[in-house]
Design a protein around this ligand. Structure first.
Ligand code: SF4
Length: 83
């Protein structure tokens, strides 16, 4: 029998869009999770799909350091991480 490993999911990540200034520092730090959209704001992605305003992405634990770098570097302090 062949087993397929499922990535361990341990955190939720979201952006407070009332505060996002669209600078894109988060995208530089972790492009796997953050993307700049045509409205000039950043959004989170889950499994490659861009989520809506203020929605939380469930993110693989392997990206924890990169997500934390994005949150630490965000000039608006509007990235939230729930581990
Ligand atoms: S770094 Fe912060 S303010 Fe800049 S685009 Fe990302 S979430 Fe928005």
């Amino acid at each position: 029998m062949r087993w397929t490993a499922t990535p361990e999911v341990t955190m939720r990540v979201w952006i407070d869009h009332d505060e996002c200034a669209g600078v894109g520092v988060c995208v530089d730090a972790c492009p796997e999770v953050f993307v700049l959209a045509s409205d000039g704001l950043a959004y989170v992605k889950q499994n490659g799909q861009i989520l809506g305003r203020d929605q939380a992405a469930v993110v693989d634990d392997a990206l924890y350091d990169a997500v934390c770098d994005a949150a630490d570097d965000c000039p608006q302090d509007c990235i939230y991480v729930e581990a």
